[in-house]
Design a protein around this ligand. Structure first.
Ligand SMILES: Nc1ncnc2c1ncn2[C@@H]1O[C@H](COP(=O)(O)OP(=O)(O)OP(=O)(O)O)[C@@H](O)[C@H]1O
Ligand SMILES: [Mg+2]
Length: 345
């Protein structure tokens, strides 16, 4: 039978038949079959034929052209790629969903400094009018007495002080807008970028305060004093994890009067641990088993995609870290994100 194959494979075929005869088990290998036009590469599987007494009395060879296999592989790879694209799209959609929630907060947050600046421009206009009146009189050569009276009339001394206050206020408002802009840039930074060194505590602060902004429910955010901890990774991704954990905690606290979320970042050796603890209803054991599964959600349609924790889990892994449910007894739920950090930072 070995002679049916190309010369370089005959040894393999003979050895394979021997092995199968001895073991009485199916085996497979690749070899070139001699065909009418040259050689035909095959994926061959050989099964032993046994007689009634269990002895090998023959073999069944099945050969599948490798070309067909390769085509099947290619198809498999294509579906795999399609799945990967779909997954990436889901990640993006999840980002969009959290973006929507975020935007509500941003609008609320910007409203304050903007109305502040706006109101101050009105005041500044009024002051300018008064000063113009006064200087017009000075220009016209008004007497000293008249000017003193006018100055009192227009309450110029007080308005000069107010002027300073107004410009200071406008500057603070503008600075606030600039800070918000910086936060947003950081949040929207493309996560797929390079791994960089960043301060985990800082990311946690920004991410958490953004989830909290513009919320109607009275949820208290308690951030334990956080030391800066240098972590290497993609800050945009880690921020997404923190935002999802805090968002989940806040969602769990809905309708609860004394809701609070406690965040802490500690460094323990070469790990940085972030814990997000809430005093909500907690997670029952049967739910806990599924929370990291994609699409698992207990939230109504439109409120949760169920992707938050599964994506967060994946991001933690990509950073060489872990995301786990703490095994501390309730009340509430507690998640721990543990990331490798730079020693001595
Ligand atoms: N702090 C928490 N307290 C109680 N249950 C929680 C908490 N965090 C997560 N869960 C449970 O885990 C489920 C999955 O969370 P996950 O973040 O993956 O999805 P989601 O929050 O439902 O949807 P999405 O994050 O896409 O908006 C939630 O639906 C909820 O049942
Ligand atoms: Mg979530």
């Amino acid at each position: 039978m070995a002679d049916l194959f190309a010369e370089e494979h005959r040894g393999t075929v003979a050895a394979m038949l021997q092995t199968i005869r001895d073991s009485r088990r199916t085996g497979s290998f690749e070899a070139n079959l001699l065909a009418a036009e040259g050689v035909e590469p095959l994926d061959i599987s050989i099964a032993p034929r046994l007689d009634d007494r269990g002895r090998v009395d023959g073999f069944v060879l099945t050969g599948r052209p490798l070309g067909a296999l390769r085509a099947a592989y290619a198809e498999l790879r294509q579906s795999h790629d399609a799945l990967k694209t779909a997954q990436a799209q889901l990640v993006r959609n999840e980002k969009l969903a959290s973006l929507g929630r975020l935007l509500a907060g941003v609008a609320h947050e910007l409203n304050n400094p903007i109305s502040f600046v706006y109101a101050n421009t009105h005041a500044l206009e009024r002051y300018a009018g008064k000063f113009e009146t006064y200087f017009a009189r000075v220009q016209a050569g008004a007497s000293r007495e008249e000017l003193i009276a006018l100055r009192q009339d227009l309450r110029l001394d007080r308005e000069v002080a107010n002027l300073r206050e107004a410009t200071k206020g406008a500057r603070e408002g503008a600075e606030r807008v600039r800070d918000i802009d910086e936060d947003l840039r950081r949040l929207s930074a493309d996560g797929a970028g390079d791994m960089v060194l960043f301060d985990l505590a800082e990311i946690v602060r920004v991410a958490a305060s953004w989830v909290m902004r513009g919320r109607k429910e009275p949820v208290a955010l308690e951030m334990e004093p956080m030391q800066s901890v240098q972590v290497r990774g993609r800050p945009g991704h880690v921020q997404q994890v923190v935002m999802n954990l805090v968002q989940n905690a806040v969602d769990a606290l809905e309708g609860q009067a004394d809701g609070r979320v406690r965040l802490s970042v500690v460094q323990a050796g070469d790990r940085a641990d972030l814990t997000v603890q809430d005093n909500g209803p907690g997670i029952p054991a049967e739910v806990a088993a599924a929370i990291f599964d994609p699409f698992f959600t207990t939230k109504p349609v439109g409120r949760g995609t169920g992707l938050g924790l599964s994506i967060s889990h994946k991001i933690a892994q990509e950073h060489g870290g872990t995301l786990t449910l703490c095994d501390t007894p309730g009340p509430g739920a507690c998640f721990r994100l543990s990331l490798p950090c730079e020693a001595g930072s």
